[in-house]
Design a protein around this ligand. Structure first.
Ligand SMILES: [Zn+2]
Ligand SMILES: [Zn+2]
Length: 114
């Protein structure tokens, strides 16, 4: 409980600045961020955790290439991917048609056009 040689701090609890909101809080209200590089207050930590939970899901699903199947709508030609084992009835997300075909050969086209 002895001072750490910080002459600016007297009897008060030292305050640390939150890297996120710049608010000054005491050390027990600070937490390391996920990457362990920043100290942020509990408020921000909660906010970030919530935001991560919300944003990480769509980001992941669009980036994982394995266990995804490519489909092509034979009605409008729209290409899309669905997760393997998706229980939802297959439909073209563009025109709603159920005339969907496995799109095996045009994977290269998609890669080229992106
Ligand atoms: Zn904060
Ligand atoms: Zn379609």
């Amino acid at each position: 409980m002895q001072g750490l040689g910080d002459t600016m701090v007297h009897s008060e609890t030292p305050l640390y600045q939150c890297a996120q909101c710049k608010k000054e809080v005491s050390s027990e209200l600070l937490k390391y961020s996920r990457d362990g590089k920043r100290l942020i207050c509990l408020d921000c930590h909660t906010k970030i955790e919530k935001a991560m939970a919300l944003t990480s899901q769509p980001a992941w699903s669009s980036h994982t290439r394995e266990d995804r199947i490519k489909w092509a709508c034979s009605c409008c030609g729209y290409h899309f991917t669905m997760k393997k084992g998706t229980s939802v009835a297959l439909r073209c997300p563009y025109c709603g048609s159920r005339q969907i075909e496995r799109d095996s050969h045009s994977a290269q086209d998609i890669l080229d056009s992106v």
